[in-house]
Design a protein around this ligand. Structure first.
Ligand SMILES: *[C@@H]1O[C@H](CO)[C@@H](O)[C@H](O)[C@H]1NC(C)=O
Ligand SMILES: *[C@@H]1O[C@H](CO)[C@@H](O)[C@H](O)[C@H]1NC(C)=O
Ligand SMILES: *[C@@H]1O[C@H](CO)[C@@H](O)[C@H](O)[C@H]1NC(C)=O
Length: 372
């Protein structure tokens, strides 16, 4: 009995242990799930708060921004944790081992062949005889849906390329044959594609912008203003037209948008906007307007393209344009309404804003369909 008693009490405590352990693991499991779901909603809430805050204070993390009494809204910089390490090889400085000189003689020739050129985007024989703005939109082959959404939303009043606003998509070369065939078909249908024979990569964005400046100065000289933007941007064209009309004079010697007057190179190798001492030896950039959207006159566009041949390549396109502007002795003009952040979808998309960043095709349609 004693034996069986010991035995049964042993069995009992073992099975009790199993029960207790099972109950405990269920509790742990439930609380993990609970905490996780709360963490997720906490994260999304803090992300939203960040969006709102950055919308009002205007955060741009392209460079380390230093304080300037007259632009104290940029008195700090943030590092965007979602930006991943650049995987493409870095641009090399001319000469390889020496630091980037400030200028050079015809060292940056831009003479790539056009693979696709819809030359008649800016022709004025039929349609409108004057062109107010040509909008040049940086994109990549696979972003077919983004281009479609742009044509169907904010650019839709002007898609025939016959009105006072014209537009063109900008691409380089890729090796994927199927995507190239699809792009050629798209170009034949919409006649809004410009492609040059350089390899399309993040580090070649300066080549893409110079392609756009070259093309605009050659094939779209009639346009009064030139805007450069990206395919993840919503551009309120009416707001843009108001801005260029308001700033017509200053834009004859200036580039306008979300401009940063005093910024330093980011020396952190993990940053998407990394620039080594060799790539850019100075402590400060001369200023730039965020590549998410900037606008200037045709005069400045032509001058920038001309001077660009005598400046060594620099891989961040908006900073390169800034270096050209500085070399020319021109200025940067901060224009209200240009945002480098995502602005929550609202009637402001048709009223006060000029640009909003990181807008998906679905959000473009949401904003466009608002009855405001
Ligand atoms: C600060 O901004 C003003 C006007 O925008 C400019 O004239 C001045 O040169 C800037 N100062 C520095 C240190 O960048
Ligand atoms: C040409 O553009 C002007 C505004 O710049 C506009 O008033 C006019 O209706 C346009 N004409 C055509 C045929 O699109
Ligand atoms: C463009 O970028 C790629 C990779 O970043 C590089 O290999 C290539 O040489 C660059 N230049 C041209 C003109 O394609």
């Amino acid at each position: 009995m004693g034996k069986s008693g010991v035995c049964s009490s042993g069995v009992l405590s073992a099975s009790t242990m199993v029960y207790v352990l099972t109950a405990l693991s269920i509790v742990v499991l439930i609380s993990t799930v609970y905490v996780n779901s709360h963490l997720n909603s906490l994260l999304s809430v803090s992300k939203r708060i960040h969006n709102y805050v950055s919308m009002y204070i205007g955060i741009d993390s392209k460079a380390t921004v230093t304080s300037n009494s007259s632009s104290s809204r940029h008195a700090f910089s943030i590092t965007n944790p979602s930006i991943t390490r650049a995987t493409t090889p870095r641009a090399t400085t001319p000469g390889g081992t020496t630091a980037r000189p400030n200028e050079c003689k015809s060292c940056f020739k831009h003479d790539f062949d056009f693979m696709l050129n819809n030359e008649d985007v800016c022709q004025t024989d039929t349609g409108n005889s004057t062109i107010k703005v040509i909008v040049l939109i940086s994109t990549i082959h696979k972003n077919t849906e983004k281009r479609k959404a742009i044509r169907e939303t904010w650019m839709s009043p002007y898609t025939g390329n016959t009105g006072p606003v014209r537009y063109m998509f900008l691409l380089g070369r890729i090796s994927d044959k199927a995507l190239q065939v699809a792009l050629e078909t798209e170009s034949a249908s919409y006649r809004d594609i410009l492609q040059e024979d350089f390899m399309d990569s993040y580090n070649n964005l300066t080549l893409k912008t110079m392609m756009a400046f070259r093309w605009a100065s050659t094939f779209c000289q009639k346009a009064e203003f030139v805007m450069k933007t990206d395919d993840d941007m919503f551009v309120n064209i009416n707001g843009l037209l108001r801005a260029v009309n308001q700033h017509t004079d200053v834009l004859q010697r200036s580039v306008g948008g979300f401009c940063v007057l005093s910024a330093s190179p980011i020396r952190d190798k993990g940053s998407k906007w990394y620039a080594s001492e060799k790539m850019y030896p100075h402590r400060k950039y001369p200023g730039y307007c965020s590549g998410t959207g900037y606008v200037t006159s045709m005069f400045v566009t032509r001058r920038v393209f001309e001077i660009s041949k005598h400046l060594p390549f620099f891989h961040l396109e908006d900073i390169f344009v800034g270096l050209c502007i500085n070399k020319l002795g021109y200025t940067f003009t901060r224009i209200g309404g240009f945002s480098t952040n995502f602005i929550p979808i609202s009637c402001s998309y048709k009223q006060s804003i000029i640009t909003s960043h990181g807008v998906s095709p679905k959000q473009m349609r949401q904003a466009w369909d608002l009855k405001c």
